[in-house]
Design a binder for this molecule. Structure first.
Ligand code: B12
Ligand code: SF4
Length: 520
């Protein structure tokens, strides 16, 4: 049977990274079946396009995975596929929480033939075999013999064949520049960001988060060896391609067990498996100097920190009191001293927020080393404690906000400001962090650093602004480049001067060599 795994586009921006679940389920598919992947963020397709693909490619089963914000598109695609007579199975966090919605049991239309609840590592092979026999069941749940929910162990994690998978759709280098960049130092003909997990689960239980409910509060790890082997495979692929690979450790809290993280990082260093990597780590765990040393030595370049708010009252409200705003600056300095920078994520529209929260937050951010600030709104995702609290208090203004998803729009009323004010705060945060002036300032603050670091923060800021300001298509990019021309010219001049000095020096050396060889 031919199987298509499909991930819908988010409709706002091209994702910088494919979704891990597709590669994982592909690796877990029983022998004898062929799996094709389409990531809508890399290969945008409308529902008719996916249905046509399914017919033309003689697909026998379609698997769709989606977060809440993409679920409306996921349902539309599922409907179009089912209309061709091909069954659809859906999985991921949204349908796990609202399986009835996907199966049409709550009064709405049915979108999926089957739903995979929770982690599907162990149920997927069964789903495939049932589909091949034409005997799909409605629900697949990971249960043990006693009927209790079972979280798969990651001890026997499958080897994802990164050396063989077709990653054509996941190259971040524009086609036009590929040939030239392939020959640049180290080879930049391709640049791929690859998702990798080293463990699952988070015990912290922040009120707005799906993770503790979905993956459970017991943390499970892969063996160090399986992570190191995967890194080595990716590194070898980059070399063969004349390109670069960076890894995003998608663990919700990569250092949740500091002892184990240190041992993994040491093993990566010992095996020479370093690639540039990004990971999510909460600020409280970055107090440890030795951990931060190992992060830098093992290839860590960016750390995503869910700071959420600079107001302790807000943090206490959402059960994230372990974040201490007073130590944010020291944590970021500790990272920056090792040339590791942070993606700092903030949520506005929290219950203690008042108008002006964005400027107050920016005032703090301006005192920190440069990084990539991002701003969102408090969002009640289905089945989270936050959703239940707001529902009970009658504060949800759009209880089924996912059915008509609107980016950066609140679905409940904050306590101390209006919805419109909350939206304006997010806009203020983005506009003032990613204006040409702010980008130039971030780059200039690294004037004492080699060119690569300045170029890195510049490119990252240019990409990150696209999370909020639509940046799809060539004309949008041309506009951004023109707006930031001063910084681009400055970076270009620094690069040219360095290249020219290098040439001059190698010319002098050539003369000196010539003198030695021909002293007369
Ligand atoms: C990496 C990641 C991202 C990446 C993007 C996704 C990517 N390219 O990988 C980035 C950093 C960009 C991101 C952004 C956001 N993310 Co995010 N992200 C994650 C994260 C940390 C890991 C995802 C992952 O790969 N997990 C590991 C895989 C193996 O697990 P999985 O995807 O759940 O898949 C398993 C099962 O669900 C199931 N399954 C999944 N799909 C399918 C499909 C089929 C057919 C079947 C059978 C089974 C199946 O099988 C898999 C194996 O067991 C998760 C948290 C988490 N730990 O999962 C949050 C998470 C998915 N993100 C979340 C959110 C809210 C967001 C944002 C909206 C945040 C924001 N406010 O801006 C944005 C929106 C992104 C966008 N614009 O599209 C929420 C989603 C909750 C929900 N109900 O939708 C999560 C769960 C975190 C949370 N705090 O609750 N995210
Ligand atoms: S620490 Fe992160 S992953 Fe864990 S519950 Fe809080 S927000 Fe979710």
């Amino acid at each position: 049977m031919r199987i298509l795994l499909y991930s819908p586009d988010n409709g706002v921006t091209r994702n910088f990274m494919p979704h891990l679940w597709m590669f994982l389920l592909q690796a877990l598919t029983p022998a004898g079946h062929e799996v094709l992947l389409i990531d809508g963020n890399a290969q945008p397709m409308d529902e008719a396009g996916v249905a046509r693909f399914v017919r033309e490619q003689n697909i026998g089963l379609v698997g769709i995975g989606a977060m809440t914000r993409m679920i409306a598109k996921a349902y539309r695609v599922a409907d179009a596929v089912r209309a061709t007579g091909v069954p659809v199975v859906m999985g991921g966090p949204h349908v796990t929480e609202l399986a009835d919605e996907a199966l049409g049991l709550g009064g709405g239309p049915r979108h999926a033939n089957a739903v995979a609840l929770g982690e599907a590592d162990e149920t997927w092979p069964r789903i495939v075999e049932d589909a091949a026999r034409g005997e799909l069941k409605d629900i697949y749940a990971p249960l043990d013999k006693l009927g209790q929910e079972r979280k798969p162990s990651l001890e026997s994690y499958p080897a994802i064949p990164w050396d063989r998978i077709n990653l054509e759709q996941f190259n971040l280098v524009p086609k036009i520049a590929t040939r030239f960049l392939r020959h640049l130092g180290g080879g930049w003909g391709t640049f791929r960001m690859i998702p990798m997990e080293s463990g699952r689960g988070c015990p912290y239980g922040c009120e707005f988060c799906t993770v503790t409910g979905f993956f459970g509060d017991s943390i499970r790890f892969r063996t160090n060896k399986s992570v190191v082997d995967e890194l080595l495979l990716l590194k070898a692929r980059a070399k063969v391609e004349g390109g670069q690979i960076a890894v995003f450790f998608i663990d919700d809290n990569f250092a949740i067990n500091v002892k184990r993280t240190k041992s993994l990082l040491r093993d990566i260093i010992d095996a020479g498996a370093q690639v540039h990597w990004v990971a999510q780590i909460s600020a409280n765990l970055l107090r440890d100097e030795e951990l931060v040393d190992l992060i830098a030595a093992s290839g860590g370049k960016w750390v995503f920190i869910g700071m959420e708010s600079i107001d302790p009252a807000n943090l206490a409200d959402v059960k994230k009191g372990f974040n201490k705003p007073g130590e944010y600056a020291a944590v970021l300095e500790r990272l920056a001293q090792r040339n590791v920078y942070a993606i700092t994520s903030f949520i506005f529209g929290m219950d203690n927020d008042t108008p002006g929260v964005a400027e107050r937050t920016l005032q703090e951010i301006r005192t920190w080393p440069p990084g990539l600030p991002i701003f969102g709104l408090l969002t009640p995702l289905p089945a989270t404690p936050l959703y239940k609290r707001l529902e009970a208090a009658g504060r949800l203004t759009r209880p089924k906000h996912w059915q008509e998803f609107i980016p950066f729009a609140m679905a409940h009323t904050p306590l101390k400001m209006t919805i419109a004010e909350a939206h304006a705060e997010v806009n203020y945060g983005w506009a003032n962090s990613y204006s040409p002036g702010a980008i130039a300032k971030a780059v200039d603050s690294l004037d004492h650093q080699p060119w690569g670091y300045r170029a890195n923060i510049f490119i990252a800021r240019m990409c990150f602004r696209g999370i909020y300001f639509p940046q799809m298509g060539r004309s949008a990019w041309v506009k951004v480049v023109i707006q930031n021309r001063r910084t681009i010219l400055k970076l270009g001049k620094v690069a040219f001067d360095a290249w020219y000095r290098l040439r001059l020096r190698s010319g002098e050396n050539l003369d000196a060599d010539t003198e030695v060889i021909h002293p007369n």
